[in-house]
Design a protein around this ligand. Sequence first.
Ligand SMILES: [Zn+2]
Length: 111
Amino acid sequence: MCFANQEEVLTAIGQVDAEIARYTPGRCEQSISGMHMADHCFEQGTMTVTTSYLQQMDTQRRKLLGVLDLMQQGTYGICQECGDKIPPKRLERVPDALLCVKCQTKVEQPS
Ligand SMILES: [Zn+2]
């Protein structure tokens, strides 16, 4: 998918926020159909999964905010490095791409 406008990005950020809120401790007090708090939140293993999942969500959120920022500046879809247009096909695969393939490759494998 590829973001057509700021509203779509905001929607995506809202979804990420909801996910983060769902797994953030503290919400647990307001839960949950009779389930014991300890079972819900602090079961070993679950917490580990949740933590890395939250990190992923947090990273995702930051990327989306970056995309939003670029859209506000009107530079979304333009390579931050060389100023070339990022091909729509790449944006479909990587909606939060900030660099064109060429520059991305350079960043990932500095020569
Ligand atoms: Zn570039």
